[in-house]
Design a protein. Structure first.
Length: 559
């Protein structure tokens, strides 16, 4: 409201805990709306040094600071000059690269017509009734204007903006569709960069093709000064073309173009194709299994102190029947959010809330067991030996260097060696075997396709994996009642790993420092940019600038 009291807080500057020694030695970057630092991490992998990060949320700034102590930080509102904690993006330090994960919550129209017609930003308008009419989503949209403020002042050589794909429909509402804009403001916004002497390329990329166990479609816009050569930003993942029977560099291809809503998703609006035969191919993707901690199956449904609601039970049974051959299913916690998935698929797009549950049978399937007794997966395991490797999440990996123990991350991507989960174990299919469509259940595997099968109960030799054994496995799963299955919410560290952050989990020490409540952590991870995608784009942007990058150390501990 226009007469609402002003917030008492003020913008807070937090100097870097470490200082750069030689300013000219590295390419420096500034991160607007930095959050947990997904983009910061990505561009630092690519070779940039982030000297400043800004965000309005003090908790997220503190987490970012703990992981990037060499950068100075601002806890400030960069959007609204009337806010008590406002700090102008124009007053931030200059950098070679500006990165910004701008917000795009909902579509709105207040002031956008005058803004793009007059060539102004939303907060440069003479509008005394603005506070009374503007909504939070409109203020979020104005984060895109902060990028223009910074660029007009400092003119960095490179810019990387990340947002949801719906940014492209930013503009006055389409008649009859109040939540869908016509894109005119977005086009005006892009034009401003052309006037500031930049060229650009718009990218639609899904994080699951970059080593992140989450299907997350996002819009990335890379800008570069017109004096620089055009960076190579064509995403051409090596993929298997079964028609040509060879690995190819897949070509990113539109299927339908951009709809009025701006919603662009892999498999619907775009896909990848073989450059030779032009048939669709599926690039290697990262399964949700890589993020899951299967040492914790949760609680047996029949033993829960508080029974699951009838609607949840019905949804759980439907999910279990849909993926009848899988001992674990990821299902939405609420019927209105997301879709069920099996562990071979990437997680659904993570939001700021815990919305995913793990439903698992906890069943044991043992065949051709040479020693030891079969155990329920929830019970302690036998000792893993060189001949019978039974450690939880221990994978026989004939193609990638041997088995992995519980303290080691799983392979980041599958495709040429597709992984499947059986009980708590992991099996690779035959090399280069990939499901034709990533939403399909796993294909049937035979004795010549499976190098080995592991579970908490024991191992199954290649000779034991045949049609009869698999039929027995399916029958075992089918005979279990829903009350005998296990159920829990995904944990915060699983969500963090699912979003591409190297966080701790039982038996493994990650490099990303985080603390706080589950709600705060999930919000931070869910709103973060995937570091791996930022690294891929950042490396290609960095390649167009020549610097004395290797001339010496960049930092020294501050006195």
């Amino acid at each position: 409201m226009a007469n609402a009291p002003k917030k008492s807080r003020t913008a807070t500057h937090r100097p870097a805990t470490r200082r750069r020694r030689f300013r000219h030695d590295d390419l420096v970057a500034v991160d607007l709306f930095s959050g947990f630092g997904g983009l910061t991490r990505g561009i630092e992998i690519a070779g940039f040094t982030t000297i400043m990060a800004a965000n309005h949320n003090s908790y997220k700034v503190e987490v970012h600071e703990a992981n990037h102590p060499h950068a100075e930080h601002w806890i400030a509102d960069l959007v609204d000059p009337e806010a008590a904690d406002y700090h102008s993006a124009r007053d931030l330090p200059a950098g070679d690269l500006l990165v910004a994960g701008i917000s795009c919550v909902n579509h709105s129209q207040a002031n956008t017509v005058k803004a793009y017609e007059q060539g102004l930003t939303l907060f440069e308008l003479d509008d005394p009734d603005f506070e009374a009419r503007v909504t939070r989503s409109e203020r979020d949209r104005a984060t895109a204007s902060c990028v223009l403020h910074y660029v007009a002042q400092h003119h960095p050589r490179l810019i990387l903006v990340e947002c949801t794909t719906e940014l492209t429909s930013w503009g006055p509402a389409i008649p009859g569709r109040p939540k869908v804009g016509d894109g005119s403001t977005y086009r005006w916004w892009l034009k401003q960069f052309d006037l500031l002497n930049y060229r650009y390329k718009v990218l639609y990329l899904n994080s699951m093709f970059f080593g992140v166990p989450q299907s997350r479609d996002r819009l990335y816009i890379a800008f570069w000064d017109k004096s620089l050569p055009e960076p190579d930003l064509e995403h051409r993942p090596v993929s298997r073309c079964h028609h040509c029977d060879k690995d190819v560099e897949a070509v990113w291809t539109w299927r339908t173009g951009i709809p009025p809503t701006g919603s662009v998703r892999y498999g619907k609006q775009y896909e990848y194709r073989c450059p030779s035969c032009r048939r669709p191919v599926v690039p290697p993707m990262t399964p949700s299994l890589a993020a899951l901690d299967l040492t914790d199956l949760g609680t047996r449904i029949g033993d829960r102190a508080k029974p699951l609601k009838p609607g949840t039970m019905a949804r759980a049974e439907r999910c279990r029947q849909r993926f009848a051959d899988f001992p674990a299913v990821l299902m939405p916690a609420k019927a209105v959010h997301g879709s069920e998935r099996h562990p071979l698929q990437p997680l659904a797009t993570q939001t700021s809330q815990q919305e995913t549950t793990l439903l698992s049978t906890g069943a044991v399937f043992a065949a051709h067991r040479h020693n030891g007794d079969g155990k329920n997966i929830a019970l302690p395991m036998d000792t893993a030996t060189s001949t019978h490797e039974k450690a939880l999440l221990l994978a026989v990996d004939n193609y990638q260097g041997g088995p992995r123990g519980v303290g080691e991350p799983l392979p980041t991507q599958v495709g040429s060696e597709t992984l499947a989960v059986v009980s708590s174990g992991v099996i690779p299919y035959r090399k280069n075997t990939v499901p034709a469509v990533h939403h399909e259940a796993m294909p049937t595997f035979t004795s010549d396709q499976v190098p080995g099968l592991l579970s908490a109960a024991g191992s199954i030799d290649r000779s034991g994996v045949d049609a009869q054994v698999m039929a027995q496995w399916r029958a075992t799963l089918a005979s279990l009642s829903l009350e005998d299955c296990y159920f829990r919410m995904m944990a915060k560290h699983e969500i963090g790993r699912g979003c591409g952050f190297d966080v701790d989990f039982p038996g493994y020490s990650g490099t990303f420092v985080v603390w706080g409540s589950a709600r705060n952590q999930v919000d931070g991870f869910g709103n973060a940019v995937s570091p791996q995608v930022g690294a891929w784009i950042g490396a290609r942007l960095r390649a167009v600038i020549h610097t004395r990058q290797d001339s010496g150390p960049d930092f020294a501990t501050a006195a």
